[in-house]
Design a protein around this ligand. Structure first.
Ligand SMILES: O=C(O)CCC(=O)C(=O)O
Ligand SMILES: [Fe+2]
Length: 356
């Protein structure tokens, strides 16, 4: 039994859960207005800063929705939507996908360090940028980033990295076994259904329409059909600094879940002085592609501050539709061929054929 009712035992569909929650009116499904709006500029000026209790006055920890003072949906928390067996089966896969150190990576805002020119082994600077490596971090950044890992699962769009064009492809975690892809797609399906039957259904529709125009080879899908997601960002024990998600469809809506036994790491939206406490089993829908957000410190399950080498494991998954993936060719093979035959000055994406 959860505070939200015996959801796991009955295994209701996401649609049934949504209908019953909405039907309770304000009884169980709280609709709250964010306490204030500090303005876009002020929120953007916080990017790269670590966030904490000083950045919010409203903390949401029950099923419901937060709207901004001008009535835009900021986030929707759906408690206890994912059942334990599914979470157990994906836990090792998320852990494997989130295996790259954040230090030395390419998410400078969320790392809280910005991007600096990468160094060669001999110490000279290259013209590529990245998050500084651990040995080059300040003490404070070192503490925060030492345990932090990240990675993606699913598919990535064609892009240019270090002067080289990469095709639309299975992501960096290319060792994914078919069974792993199947399980993660099951998780994506549940999250997608929760989004579909939420109060931001219009955002699901926009995203699903985009996905319908995308080659199915590059969508997360199950036997029941495709989801509106191409990609899942997986983080491990990473307290993100203030950032706005990049590369995901801005007209869609972010969807996330997390796994682990921990306290803290609440997700703060400093512009609206609002934080959300989501935990294992919950689904959080949030406007992370457009609004500044970041986590409070990650704490031990008993609320104490962890020692450097004993940080609890918190796995987070962010599901999204990666921009431009509707321009991918039909198969990975066609993508490879395109990239191999592309002349240096050709655009990365060829002009779209006009429909006759
Ligand atoms: O871990 C979280 O709660 C948020 C993660 C996030 O915002 C991101 O990876 O972009
Ligand atoms: Fe984010």
């Amino acid at each position: 039994m959860t505070p939200e009712g015996p959801a796991y035992e009955k295994r209701l569909s996401q649609q049934e859960r949504s209908y019953s929650e909405h039907a309770t009116g304000l009884g169980r499904y709280k609709i709250l207005t964010a306490p204030s709006d500090i303005g876009k500029e002020k929120a953007l000026s916080l990017i790269e800063e670590p966030l904490d209790e000083s950045h919010y006055t409203l903390l949401v920890s029950e099923t419901g929705m937060v709207v901004t003072p001008d009535q835009q949906v900021l986030c929707i928390l759906l408690k206890a939507r994912l059942w334990p067996e599914l979470l157990e089966s994906v836990r090792p896969i998320v852990r494997k996908a989130a295996r790259q150190p954040v230090a030395g990576g390419n998410r400078g805002d969320a790392a809280g360090t910005g991007m600096v020119p990468r160094k060669r082994k001999n110490g000279s600077l290259t013209n590529m940028k990245g998050v500084p490596r651990l040995q080059d971090l300040s003490d404070e950044d070192y503490q925060r980033l030492k345990p932090a890992k990240g990675g993606t699962f699913g598919y990535n769009a064609r892009d240019l990295r270090g002067g080289q064009v990469y095709p639309c492809r299975l992501t960096a975690y290319s060792g994914a076994l078919p069974s792993e892809l199947r399980l993660m797609s099951e998780l994506a399906k549940e999250v997608a259904e929760a989004l579909r039957y939420s109060l931001v259904q219009d955002r699901w529709e926009t995203q699903f329409k985009k996905a319908s125009q995308t080659p199915p080879a590059f969508l997360l899908k199950t036997r029941d059909g495709h989801t509106p997601f191409t990609t899942i960002t997986c983080n491990k024990s990473w307290r993100t600094a203030a950032h706005v998600d990049k590369g995901d469809l801005k007209e869609g809506f972010g969807a996330m879940c997390c796994l682990g036994d921990f306290e803290g790491c609440d997700l703060v939206f400093p512009r609206y002085r609002t934080a959300v406490r989501y935990r294992e089993g919950d689904i959080l829908l949030a406007n992370v592609a457009n609004e500044v957000h970041g986590n409070t410190p990650l704490l031990n399950p008993d609320g104490t501050v962890p020692k450097l080498n004993r940080v609890p494991e918190r796995l987070a998954c962010v599901f999204y539709y990666e921009e431009n993936m509707d321009q991918c060719l039909r198969t990975p093979e066609e993508e490879m061929e395109f990239v191999n035959n592309r002349k240096e000055r050709d655009p990365i994406y060829p002009k779209k054929k006009k429909k006759s």
